[in-house]
Ligand binder design. Structure first.
Ligand SMILES: Nc1ncnc2c1ncn2[C@@H]1O[C@H](COP(=O)(O)OP(=O)(O)O)[C@@H](O)[C@H]1O
Ligand SMILES: [Mg+2]
Length: 328
């Protein structure tokens, strides 16, 4: 039997993901068993180790080992036609794509393609999806920059991490999404650590401005008023998102329900869908579709969709659910 020290070492290194110590401890157990005359067990342990080492998979996240987990590589899946936005916004997104595709032509005239984009608007209106669309349609890899890992309470550490991010942006062409961007961009006068946040913000702005790469930087925020005006000037484009209008809701419902769609009159759903974001409407359609499948129905009718839309108004508001049951 392995010694108490070896067992403790195995458990500790496992929970600390310390592979080297784990391996050393496991080999020590094998040696210990061999000394005790348990040669079959010792051999079994060594074979297990050998096999696991051979089968060990390389890390799938290309950044996990060298970038300290500052990025998440995401497989883009949406195309521009799936993004339901007003025509003007659609045209501006198309312009970003066209400029990227013909960046060499622009460069020959000393011009750069639009590549620093700020997206602002309420939650669930398609900002994250837009970064996905740009990457997908330009066949570029999409990297989500994990803001919460970058902004730490230590200024020096934050700056060092920002530098790593921008080194990567320069070295590996792609679409880089700074989601929930407010973590860096928060109004300079807010918070207690004003001086520090200002320095972080300034160094971020410098990196943005000096970035020589062809990569596309997308910064998204749900709360534009929190952002410092100085930020806007550093971007090539600021795009505003809003809740969908009736026509857009109709389009969203048609796309989301697919073959489950029946003759729905969106005007009948006006009050149920009021104030809901694109994301909430898509989720309500998915709920209705599931209900239809589970009740062996081939279609989603107005009553069912109205119910799932209304549910969306209360689903993340526990108080209103409580009120509903109390007054039912
Ligand atoms: N404008 C839109 N057109 C089509 N689908 C949308 C739109 N906005 C949101 N969605 C749906 O909602 C999901 C979440 O939206 P997301 O882009 O994350 O919103 P945001 O980043 O603005 O909070 C998307 O993956 C998509 O399914
Ligand atoms: Mg988002």
């Amino acid at each position: 039997m392995a010694t108490a020290t070896q067992i403790k070492s195995l458990i500790k290194s496992h929970y600390e993901s310390d592979n080297d110590t784990f391996l050393t401890a496991a080999l020590q157990v094998a040696a210990h068993e061999a000394r005790q005359g348990h040669s079959a067990l010792a051999q079994d342990i060594r074979s297990l180790i050998e096999r696991s080492r051979r089968e060990a998979k390389p890390l799938t996240n290309p950044f996990a080992s060298d970038e300290d987990g500052l990025f998440l590589a995401v497989e883009p899946k949406y195309c521009l036609s799936e993004l339901i936005v007003p025509k003007e916004l659609h045209d501006r997104l198309e312009r970003i794509l066209v400029e990227y595709r013909q960046k060499d032509k622009l460069e020959r005239h000393g011009l750069r393609h639009r590549r620093r984009i700020l997206l602002a608007g309420p939650s669930g209106t398609g900002k994250t999806m837009t970064a996905d669309v740009i990457a997908h349609d330009l066949r570029l890899p999409l990297y989500v920059v994990l803001m919460e890992r970058i902004v730490t309470k230590y200024m020096g550490e934050t700056s060092a991490k920002l530098r790593m991010v921008f080194d990567k942006i320069r070295d590996k062409r792609g679409v880089y999404l700074f989601d929930e961007f407010d973590a860096i961009g928060a109004e300079r006068s807010l918070g207690n650590d004003v001086g520090e946040m200002r320095r972080v913000l300034n160094s971020f702005l410098q990196f943005v401005e000096q970035d020589p790469s062809d990569s596309i930087l997308v910064a998204a925020t749900n709360n534009l008023s929190l952002l410092d005006q100085a930020l806007f000037r550093r971007f090539d484009d600021v795009l505003y998102y809003r809740l969908p209008d009736k026509q857009e809701v109709k389009h969203l419902i048609e796309n989301s329900l697919g073959r489950f769609r029946c003759n729905l009159d969106v005007s009948d759903l006006s009050s149920a869908m009021e104030g809901l974001s694109h994301a909430e409407i898509v989720l309500a359609c998915m709920d209705a579709k599931k209900e239809a499948i589970l009740t062996d129905s081939k279609e989603v009718d107005c009553t069912l969709l109205e119910k799932t839309l209304r549910d969306r108004h209360t689903i993340f508001r526990p108080n209103s659910q409580k009120e509903q049951t109390e007054f039912a």
